[in-house]
Design a binder for this molecule. Structure first.
Ligand SMILES: [Zn+2]
Length: 343
């Protein structure tokens, strides 16, 4: 396992095998969407085998590139003993299932993903059904109309198989290091991160991302207070010793704490902005989302595509729900649509 490169300076999505520290490698794999562009798979040496964290999206390009990358490490896919997956989103989970079919590799996922997996695995479920219900409640019927006009999803619903084991708060001993499973619900209900305490590494999945704000409130079985959970999980990571940040999207960064502080600040500011929009007369998550700017490029809501409009609305709903639970806003349902009012 000698031929890995050092980190590229500019583009973290550039294909390759990048050594994070001895025995740990970052392998960016492509995604079929233009938004996120790539997902980092982390390969960890474990004796003669490899353990992979977040093996990516089940597309041929990712599978082929992973095989090439493992060859650089002197291994094949058959040398992987286990997939540890931080959460159920398909850019993290689905290639694990696809490769298990070929190689019998053990797949592990956080136990909190059980409700979402049960829904996704339903063979009669039509794509987006649960998101449509959520969007109607948010007053976002126009977004539903746009999503309905999108070309049909070609994704294979049978990919949503059960993992071999469900991860709880626990230790995973490897030959040369020990990983601690830390549940961090928020981005999804069952999101976990993997902490290497002795090695000072945080395999953060989508809980802490260096360049973007992880979406909150976008899942098929959404929890009561996803943003409350997410902020609690950020504070949990902040309460533990600082680690190098190994994110699923973006370059490795020296301090997880530094980015957690920025994310906590971001959401505090966003809660204030959203409160102010309700004070100014917006009442539903859809109305509030349309009155905000989005992404770090400060786009208007209308500039987002239908999928990102959906994320914007569900994210806004997550903030409104937290404000209401804190007594900072009133909340009432009228004809299936949730309305928020100043208190
Ligand atoms: Zn992701």
């Amino acid at each position: 396992m000698r031929s890995a490169q050092n980190e590229p300076s500019a583009d973290w999505t550039e294909p390759g095998v990048f050594e994070v520290c001895p025995g740990v490698y970052r392998i960016p794999l492509p995604l079929p969407t233009d938004g996120l562009r790539a997902v980092n798979t982390y390969a960890i040496e474990d004796g003669a085998t490899l353990v992979l964290i977040d093996p990516g999206w089940a597309i041929t390009a990712a599978r082929d590139l992973l095989a090439k990358a493992l060859a650089v490490l002197g291994c094949g896919v058959g040398d992987v003993s286990r997939f540890l997956v931080t959460h159920i989103h398909r850019d993290h989970y689905t290639l694990a299932v696809a490769l298990r079919r070929e190689f019998g590799i053990r797949v592990s996922l956080g136990v909190g993903e059980q409700p979402s997996l049960a829904i996704l695995a339903d063979p009669d479920r039509k794509p987006f059904t649960d998101h449509y219900a959520q969007l109607f409640r948010c007053g976002a019927e126009p977004v539903v109309q746009q999503l309905r006009d999108l070309p049909a999803d070609s994704h294979d619903p049978t990919i949503w198989e059960q993992p071999d084991d469900w991860l709880h708060s626990s230790q995973i001993p490897l030959t040369a290091r020990q990983l601690r499973v830390l549940p961090t619900p928020g981005h999804t209900r069952g999101h976990v991160v993997f902490v290497d305490d002795a090695g000072g590494l945080l395999f953060a999945g989508d809980h802490v991302l260096p360049h973007i704000t992880p979406s909150v409130g976008f899942e098929v079985a959404v929890d009561e207070l996803p943003l409350g959970n997410y902020l609690d999980s950020l504070r949990l990571v902040r309460s533990q010793p600082d680690r190098r940040l190994l994110p699923a999207h973006g370059p490795v960064a020296p301090s997880a704490h530094a980015r957690v502080d920025e994310l906590l600040d971001h959401h505090a500011g966003r809660l204030d902005q959203i409160h102010a929009r309700v004070d100014a007369g917006a009442h539903t998550a859809y109305e509030v989302a349309r009155a905000l700017s989005w992404t770090r490029h400060r786009r208007t809501f209308a500039e987002l595509d239908a999928f990102n409009q959906m994320l914007a609305v569900t994210e806004t709903e997550a903030h409104l729900g937290l404000l209401a639970s804190q007594g900072r806003l009133g909340r009432a349902d009228d004809d299936g649509v949730r309305h928020y009012t100043p208190t």
